[in-house]
Ligand binder design. Structure first.
Ligand code: NDP
Length: 286
């Protein structure tokens, strides 16, 4: 006789706004597929209520949770410890309970790295990264920790890029550089990997294009885009037409879920199940 257990392990997401976050669809699809007695609850939490929400999760014995905008930095003061990259990035999006301690991790860059490594190992590679916001910072830190030789940050705002460049040069072995982006940018021929971590191309602005000299993209370069919706951006379509290998932002998002679930349940879940659940709720047909 199987003992009856009506008490699932709880996980979820604290965000504001929360309703537009599709993570629940892919995480619960994985829980169901693997028969994990877990639930994922999306919670609308205002900045004033973050402390109470964290205490609530602790009181109810949650296994962990994600936090999204605007809590990624504010959450840190309620945690006991940070993972290596979360500490460097200065932001947390996944919290996991280990014993009685609450640990903050950042999976933004880890999800990207996992998708990238299926195509190319960033070790000793030259990378051109467009953007210097939260996603770019997380990706740059993970690439540097994974042994990237150089990371050139191309960004409109110099101040934001300078912060990332300093962070990398002071804390990692990667050589980081800033390049201004006030005119059409030509990618250096020595580049191995090109990454778009700006918000250019995100639905509904799907026709917006990066100001790049597309002739500078060569077939031997791997081209990645963080935009999850639509996954096939103008940049990726252009690069694929040139014969480049490409990586889309949907894989990055799914991998973040896979890594989060591994933290909470210690189970390696099937990314394909999560990928199709996500495509279904986002009405992505490609
Ligand atoms: P931020 O707001 O922190 O950063 C936005 C970045 O885009 C900045 O570097 C900004 O430059 C740049 N940017 C925006 N508009 C333009 C423009 N018109 N021309 C040039 N640069 C521009 O956002 P995030 O870093 O959090 O997110 C960036 C993108 O990554 C989002 O679209 C998000 O959907 C995606 N993302 C995907 C994830 C995934 O799992 N697939 C995970 C996290 C994010 P500036 O500094 O000059 O303003």
């Amino acid at each position: 006789n199987t003992p009856i257990d009506f008490l699932p392990q709880l996980t979820g997401c604290f965000a504001q706004p929360a309703a537009e976050n599709p993570t629940v669809a892919m995480v619960e699809a994985a829980y169901q597929h693997h028969g994990l007695h877990f639930r994922y609850v999306t919670c609308e939490v205002s900045p004033e209520n973050l402390n109470a929400a964290v205490n609530g999760a602790k009181a109810m014995g949650w296994s962990g949770f994600n936090c999204s905008l605007p809590h990624k930095v504010a959450i840190i003061k309620y945690l006991d410890e940070l993972g290596e990259s979360a500490k460097l990035i200065g932001a947390v999006n996944t919290i996991v309970k280990r014993g009685n301690r609450w640990i903050g991790e950042n999976t933004d860059g880890k999800g990207f790295l996992q998708a990238l490594k299926e195509i190319i190992d960033p070790d000793a590679k030259h990378i051109t990264l467009f953007g210097a916001g939260g996603a770019a910072r997380a990706i740059a830190v993970e690439l540097a920790l994974a042994g990237a030789e150089s990371i050139t940050i191309v960004n409109r705002s110099k101040q934001r890029a300078d912060e990332v460049v300093r962070l990398l040069n002071e804390n990692t072995s990667a050589k980081a550089f800033y390049k201004p982006w006030d005119e059409k940018y030509a990618v250096a021929p020595s580049t191995d990997i090109i990454i778009n971590a700006t918000s250019i191309g995100l639905f509904p602005n799907i026709d917006e294009q990066l100001n790049i000299d597309f002739n500078s993209i060569k077939p031997n370069m791997v081209v990645a885009d963080c935009i999850p919706n639509p996954p096939q951006t103008h940049l990726l379509k252009t690069a694929a037409n040139k014969g480049c290998k490409t990586i889309d932002g949907l894989g990055m998002l799914v991998n973040q879920g896979v890594i989060g679930i591994k933290f909470w349940t210690d189970t390696d879940v099937d990314a394909a199940v999560m990928h199709s659940a996500l495509k279904k709720v986002l009405h992505i047909k490609e």
